[in-house]
Design a binder for this molecule. Structure first.
Ligand SMILES: *Cc1c(COP(=O)(O)O)cnc(C)c1O
Length: 346
């Protein structure tokens, strides 16, 4: 790996971050706060929230078995994705490499930041070769994006290839594990300390059932996390989200139960779905959704919309011609989709 200084944009490496009132006062117990021009009325929303979310990180640190200093929290994982571009990629000079197809936000953030985005097509089993991915890199490649289980294909990427990329690439590897709770494969978080160039993304939006509160996590070395903290908005995670995030972490056992139910439901839903006459192929899934090739994705998508049932049309995505991506809902919801498709005629 190159040094972190070599990988970081010089202006970011040299940046002296904004120091908020809540940053400068730390440690001593205090009861009179006249430092931040807050309104003394309307407690508790009158006070600025903890900029580094200490309570939430200390609880997460226990659950995820990483140090609090290895955790970044943001306004969804999308914030972490944007920040890695801003920290490491010099616009119009650096580039990033990603598997294709994958989650659309990596390319959007690359475009917003004017950073070249190089795609490497997956194979027919939606797997990738580390050598092919590495061959697409050059001395200006700062980041490689991997997503496992991948969106929209649903499959876990081969662990041996993922590890090979992390071992052989001299830049940073961003591994998006938004769906890893639904997969039998263990999270790469367990190996975070072995890999100084690994950034793992997870989110409260899927297994944790909290897409509305906008809370995403990035895990990496304390040095990388320090850089992200330096460039984030000072109060990027609001008080309501920090509180609700903590409440959610205390529902740990309930969440395990949801995940177990969704995995069981996914298996029976996929089996039934494969029997429909308009379905040509259902691809294996390690996530809370699956991809299926149908006879005519656009027509079936529009038919379902007319019945108030919304799935994701992935027809125009690489390797996904005539494919729909279907989220696993409740048994009742999934049955509504099944009944509608039984009635569908080509
Ligand atoms: C849904 C999803 C996310 C979650 O993004 P948030 O901003 O945390 O809601 C991240 N990555 C992938 C691949 C996703 O599908």
């Amino acid at each position: 790996m190159k040094t972190l200084q070599e990988l970081t944009r010089p202006n970011i490496w040299n940046l002296k971050p904004y120091s908020s009132a809540r940053d400068e006062y730390k440690g001593f117990t205090a009861s009179v706060f006249l430092d931040a021009n807050e309104n003394p009325y309307n407690s508790p929303n009158n006070r600025y929230p903890d900029p580094l979310q200490h309570d939430l990180k200390s609880e997460l640190s226990r659950i995820k078995k990483v140090l609090p200093e290895q955790i970044f929290l943001g306004n969804g994982s999308d914030e972490a994705i944007d920040l890695v571009f801003r920290a490491f990629c010099e616009p119009a000079q650096d580039n990033v490499v990603a598997i294709d197809p994958t989650y659309g936000m990596y390319k959007v953030c690359a475009d917003v930041n004017n950073v070249e985005y190089r795609k490497v097509l997956l194979d027919g089993s939606f797997q990738f070769s580390a050598d092919k991915l590495l061959a697409a890199t050059d001395e200006h490649t700062k980041l490689i994006f991997l997503c496992s289980p991948n969106n929209p294909t649903g499959n876990e990427l081969l662990r041996s290839e993922v590890e090979k990329v992390i071992n052989e690439f001299d830049g940073l590897v961003v591994l998006d594990e938004a769906y890893s709770d639904f997969s039998g494969a263990p999270s790469m978080l367990l190996q975070l300390s072995e890999y100084p160039n690994l950034i793992v993304l997870q989110t409260f939006s899927k297994a944790w059932g909290s897409a509305a509160i906008r809370l995403g996590m990035a895990f990496a070395s304390p040095e990388i996390i320090g850089l992200l903290n330096k460039i984030k908005y000072p109060y990027n995670v609001n008080l309501l989200t920090q509180k609700e995030g903590l409440n959610t972490l205390h529902k740990y056992y309930e969440i395990e139960r949801w995940v177990k139910m969704l995995i069981e439901e996914r298996e029976s839903f996929m089996k039934d779905f494969a029997k429909l006459s308009c379905v040509e192929q259902v691809f294996p899934s390690d996530a809370n959704f699956f991809l299926a090739r149908v006879t005519d994705a656009v027509k079936i998508y529009n038919y379902l919309v007319s019945l108030g049932i919304i799935v994701r049309n992935r027809h125009s995505v690489a390797l996904c011609g005539n494919c729909l991506r279907i989220t696993v809902g409740t048994r009742v919801e999934n049955n509504q989709l099944m009944e509608a498709l039984k009635e569908y005629e080509d």
